[in-house]
Design a protein around this ligand. Structure first.
Ligand code: BTN
Length: 247
């Protein structure tokens, strides 16, 4: 991964850059990194605040020979890889909130956006976008983010070497991607569980079908979130926004 690398001073979104390269036939592992994004994209149509020179804003092209139904597992895989890389490089105890938000003390430090483009039920390509709030200071966070987001610098009191961090993220992504293609989701699921801050917590999940409340029980074998509802019915959530109660 990262042997084909495009480094940009500024772009709208590295997701868009990779999409264009993918449509032109770029190889798996192609990576785009930008110092600044003017229209950084988050999940569920949200914006991703991406100030110049402060974070890691990168997107990676994947071409897994898998059905589209497996794409959510790549989301969990990315969270495991990035979480481990951040921990190894900075020592900051980052945890994963289902499916792939990385949190420290309940505040978001990294977001992952996995976009999949399919054809005939198969994945044609995926774009794994990673945004890490590395060296943002409190004043770099807009007021609406100050209580819900943080950065590695704020948490560790030190500037993070972004080049070292990017190297670690790419190495972990490549390692777990290969493991996943060889052995399937089970080993990734176990690693995800070990890093989860969701499992065992009382949560409220906003889904397209409405709100689900209950206790997070972990992952099912496909990477869905198992929730024990208040009436003791076990349900699996495939997509939604998790709120950890009391946080
Ligand atoms: C989220 O909402 O949690 C996902 C945020 C993903 C942000 C990254 S930054 C690099 C890549 N380019 C984008 O426009 N978004 C992703």
């Amino acid at each position: 991964f990262g042997r084909k690398l495009k480094l940009l001073e500024v772009t709208t979104s590295t997701q868009e850059e990779v999409r264009l390269l993918a449509e032109l036939g770029a190889a798996e592992g192609t990576l785009v990194i930008a110092e600044e994004q003017t229209i950084g994209r988050g999940r569920q149509g949200r914006r991703w605040h991406s100030p110049a020179g402060k974070g890691v804003w990168m997107s990676l092209l994947l071409r897994p020979p898998l059905p589209l139904t497996r794409a959510p597992q790549l989301t969990l895989l990315s969270a495991v890889a990035v979480c481990r890389a951040i921990r190894a490089v900075t020592g900051v105890e980052v945890g994963i909130k289902w499916p792939n938000d990385l949190l420290v003390h309940g505040r978001k430090i990294c977001g992952i956006l996995l976009e999949s483009i399919g054809e005939d039920e198969m994945i044609r390509y995926c774009i794994a976008g990673v945004g890490i709030d590395a060296n943002l200071e409190p004043s770099d966070l807009p007021p609406e983010l100050r209580t819900i987001a943080t950065s590695l610098q704020i948490e560790s009191g030190r500037k993070v070497d972004r080049v070292v961090l990017i190297g670690a993220v790419i190495a972990e992504l490549e390692k777990f991607y290969e493991l996943y293609l060889e052995e399937g989701f089970a080993p990734i699921g176990h690693l995800w569980e070990a890093l989860s801050v969701t499992t065992g917590q009382d949560i409220t999940v906003k889904t397209a079908q409405g709100e689900v409340r209950g206790r997070a029980m972990g992952l099912d074998e496909n990477g869905g979130l198992l929730v024990m509802q208040e009436d003791h019915r076990l349900t699996t959530i495939f997509s939604g926004e998790v709120q950890i109660d009391g946080c």
